[in-house]
Design a protein around this ligand. Structure first.
Ligand code: HEC
Length: 243
């Protein structure tokens, strides 16, 4: 009897997942999967460039230092400053912005949050979906709404690249697909690649130590492997005369 009570939450979560998966809304969202590649330095470099150009006007990364970023994405300091730092910041400073929260509130109706930890709190798939699922909505002050963050106050700032899209609903008002209204400068694939790079960059920012951990893990395993061989032969040598 006790066991059943223990298993009950598992069953409930299993069935709630099933019903979640079968709803059209979530199936449209689940089309948007980000492919993680924080060890892909080229992708992180592109992501950093996009972030500085398109996002940092509004969003800060207050836990990230320019110096740590330059080192991790392997960009020489001079080049880094030339391409990625547009203000009079110094290399040791964190990536904060000068927009006042009170002004932001006035302009957008919400303060653009710091994005240092967003990929950890909401996950890479969510961030990627957010950047891909803005759609036209005349009832919103910005003219756009978002599938994963309904009624978001953020303007659809990448619309010129992605192009504009409409949400198609079924007869039960469930979202089923997007329909292109106008083309953007980028092809669909190129836009997906771009937003994947941004998501990749934000995933790295949310846990920069992961990069080191990954590369260190490799060397730790090599060490254990070599040490095992040495230990084996040492043991053989020690026991040779005793047997
Ligand atoms: C013009 C200002 C502006 C720009 C530029 C901008 N955003 Fe935003 N963003 C906002 C605002 C305002 C919000 C808050 C939305 C809300 O809470 O309704 C927001 C929210 C977000 C969120 C959700 C945060 C959360 O806590 O749920 C993410 C993720 C995000 N932005 C990513 C980006 C990325 C990536 C870019 C660059 C491609 C970008 N934003 C560019 C204004 C901006």
């Amino acid at each position: 009897m006790n066991k059943i009570y223990i298993l009950l939450p598992i069953f409930i979560s299993l069935f709630s997942n099933l019903s979640f998966a079968s709803s059209p809304k979530s199936s449209l969202i689940s089309d948007y999967k980000y492919s993680n590649g924080i060890n892909n330095t080229a992708s992180l470099q592109r992501g950093a460039k996009y972030f500085v150009n398109y996002c940092m006007g509004c969003h800060s990364l207050k836990y990230m230092r320019f110096s740590a970023l330059a080192k991790d994405i392997e960009v020489e300091e001079k080049l880094f400053f030339k391409n990625l730092v547009f203000t009079n910041k110094k290399i040791g400073e964190t990536m904060e912005i000068s927009m006042k929260p009170s002004d932001a509130e006035l302009w957008f109706g919400a303060v653009p949050p710091d994005l240092s930890l967003i990929a950890r709190s909401k996950g890479g798939d969510w961030v990627y979906s957010y950047l891909n699922t803005f759609y036209e909505d005349d009832d919103r002050p910005t003219g756009f709404n978002n599938l994963v963050y309904p009624n978001t106050a953020m303007p659809n700032i990448l619309v010129s690249l992605q192009g504009s899209q409409k949400l198609v609903l079924d007869s039960y008002n469930n979202p089923v697909s997007f329909e292109k209204v106008s083309d953007g400068i980028y092809s669909e694939i190129k836009y997906q690649k771009m937003t994947n790079d941004i998501t990749n960059f934000l995933t790295y920012v949310s846990e920069p130590a992961k990069l080191k951990r990954h590369s260190m893990g490799f060397w730790v395993l090599i060490f254990i492997f070599i040490f095992t061989i040495i230990a084996y032969y040492t043991k053989k040598e020690f026991w040779k005369d005793i047997k």
